[in-house]
Ligand binder design. Structure first.
Ligand code: 5GP
Ligand code: ZN
Length: 115
């Protein structure tokens, strides 16, 4: 728990949010400023600032973010229509919250190419 971290405060129940899934390792809630009809953030309960700080023994936890995304894509009926999974890391990628989160975006045709 990092008291200065908005996602840690959400995890601790100290900040309102629209939780759509939670288990012992992750929580998922709606993005406050959605960029697509479905925009869910999947967040490890453990405070890890970015992918740059991930340790070898946290590989399984990072993998769990992705299997949770797969589950939520099925629940939201976008598994077949398609979706985008994004982890922004560092200034060039506009990372704004320094607690790892996997964006699940879907529900409309997205722009391509990326970047
Ligand atoms: P980043 O650029 O760090 O990958 O994205 C951070 C995301 O968190 C943004 O899409 C932003 O809308 C979302 N966000 C920031 N603060 C809050 C909050 O307090 N609650 C929720 N639900 N989402 C937030
Ligand atoms: Zn945090």
């Amino acid at each position: 728990m990092n008291p200065n971290c908005i996602f840690c405060r959400i995890i601790e129940g100290q900040s309102p949010n629209d939780t759509v899934y939670e288990d012992d390792r992750v929580i998922a809630f709606l993005d406050i400023n959605p960029a697509a009809p479905i925009h869910i953030l999947i967040v490890p309960r453990e405070h890890i600032s970015s992918i740059n700080q991930v340790q070898d023994d946290q590989e399984e936890l990072i993998g769990h973010l992705f299997t949770t995304a797969k589950h939520l894509a099925e629940v939201n009926n976008i598994a077949e229509s398609g979706y985008r999974l994004i982890i922004n890391t560092g200034p060039d990628a506009h990372q704004a919250v320094f607690h790892i989160h996997l964006h699940l975006l879907g529900g409309h045709q997205m722009r391509y190419p990326m970047g």
